[in-house]
Design a protein around this ligand. Structure first.
Ligand code: ADP
Ligand code: MG
Length: 395
């Protein structure tokens, strides 16, 4: 694992134009209100550091597509600008990513200390194509590139190509993420307990495979656990199971049998039926075909809490159930409370996992990753595509 990327504190930034790749892809609601500002706030120390030097900052970020009237669209950051200004406590000027000539003029006329922000990088069709010409055109607008978007790990123009054309340094979020996540593999305090839940089984099996070589215990919940139980031949009624991943799950169960790692699966569930408010706690053998397991049950909660309480290091990604529904939140909250009370080092990440954390409880954790997919990719492989690009081309 590399932790020696050039850091933002190394170069003299004064008098320069600093292209700064951040990740402002915050969770918003249908009215474009930011409902979780965690990612934006995490980038603030890097932005403030640059702003204190005599610089012109030009921020770049993508924003994920949203579905409007059944159609997928690439949204603008425009409706969020006021909210972002409040979070950064700084005025920002929005630039059009489709008119770089105009942007260049505006930046040239500006005073040092001003902050610019390109609207959603993906509004430019070349962004997602990791395009050399587009990167060269963007590079003309800056003297230095600062990369602080740990969560932006997909290979795109501003994530993996731009570092080829500018001296590149990482910001404080990148530094902290890489340090905390690498530490898991460098002499972790044991037992090392890895808790995996959520629904995206396809992206989670990689981390299960990796931790089968390294952890002491792997604890499964959510739909991921349903898929593993199905692979074991247990029928879970109408529960959410990723049938395409059952064979992979069976292979991992087999590997677990031959390893020294304990793989823990739920024994009981909170079970419900679509459209019904009454729920039951049932053993996994008792689930009728029209019912679905939406959360781990009380016996499983107790067992998982006891495993977590004895852990030396805890890595958690993915809720234990359909936590968005009050009726199915207890499992996820019981895991969170056990983690907070445990003495072990606590590392948590994942889009929904973070959303499920009450904000006041986040402070009790040693590290909350800004990355969902990025955290998983980094834990699995020790790197991400932008980190590789900076390693290869960075200043
Ligand atoms: P993260 O974003 O933290 O990586 P995922 O995106 O993989 O997590 O999964 C989160 C989603 O999984 C949530 O929307 C949650 O409702 C859903 N989920 C978890 N367990 C279940 C379950 N047993 N049945 C249905 N949905 C579930
Ligand atoms: Mg998610």
């Amino acid at each position: 694992m590399n932790d020696a990327l050039p850091l933002i504190t190394q170069p003299d930034l004064s008098g320069k134009r600093i292209l700064t790749r951040v990740d402002f892809n915050a969770t918003t609601n249908a009215d474009d209100r930011i409902i979780d500002s965690f990612k934006i706030k995490e980038n603030a120390p890097t932005i403030n550091y640059i702003a204190k030097k005599k610089t012109k900052i030009i921020l770049l970020s993508h924003r994920s597509s949203v579905v409007q009237d059944g159609k997928k669209i690439t949204p603008s950051f425009k409706p969020l600008i006021g909210q972002i200004e409040n979070l950064l406590k700084h005025r920002i000027t929005l630039l059009d990513p489709l008119d770089l000539a105009q942007a260049q003029k505006i930046i040239k006329r500006a005073n040092f200390g001003e902050i610019f922000f390109f609207d959603n990088t993906r509004l430019h069709p070349a962004e997602v194509k990791a395009d050399i010409q587009h990167a060269k055109a963007l590079a003309k607008l800056g003297d230095v590139l600062v990369y602080d978007a740990f969560a932006s790990y997909r290979p795109e123009t501003t994530t993996v190509v731009l570092p080829r054309f500018l001296p590149t340094y990482i910001g404080f979020t990148m530094q902290q993420e890489m340090k905390m996540l690498s530490a898991i593999f460098k002499k972790p305090r044991r037992p090392l307990v890895c808790i995996i839940g959520g629904a995206k089984t396809e992206v989670k099996v990689g981390i299960v495979r990796k931790f089968l070589q390294f952890a002491d215990t792997i604890v499964l919940g959510g739909s991921v656990a349903n898929t593993f139980l199905t692979a074991w031949g247990i029928h879970l009624g109408a529960s959410l199971v990723d049938h395409d991943m059952v064979a992979t799950a069976r292979d991992l169960l087999w590997q677990a049998l031959h390893s020294r790692v304990a793989l823990e699966l739920p024994h009981d569930f909170i079970v419900g039926k679509a459209g019904q408010a009454n729920v039951l706690a049932l053993h996994h053998t008792q689930i009728a075909s029209s019912y679905a397991a939406f959360d781990i049950g009380p016996a499983t909660r107790k067992r998982y809490q006891s495993i977590i309480s004895r852990a030396g290091t805890i890595v958690w990604n993915g809720p234990m159930g359909k936590y968005e529904d009050r009726l199915f939140r207890a499992g996820t909250l019981s895991v969170l409370d056990a983690i907070i009370q445990a003495r072990g080092k606590k590392i948590v990440g994942g889009g929904d996992t973070i959303t499920s954390l009450p904000k006041r409880k986040r402070k009790a954790l040693d590290h909350v990753s800004t990355g969902g997919g990025a955290m998983l990719v980094f834990l699995e492989s020790g790197t991400t595509p932008p980190i590789e690009a900076i390693k290869k081309y960075g200043s």
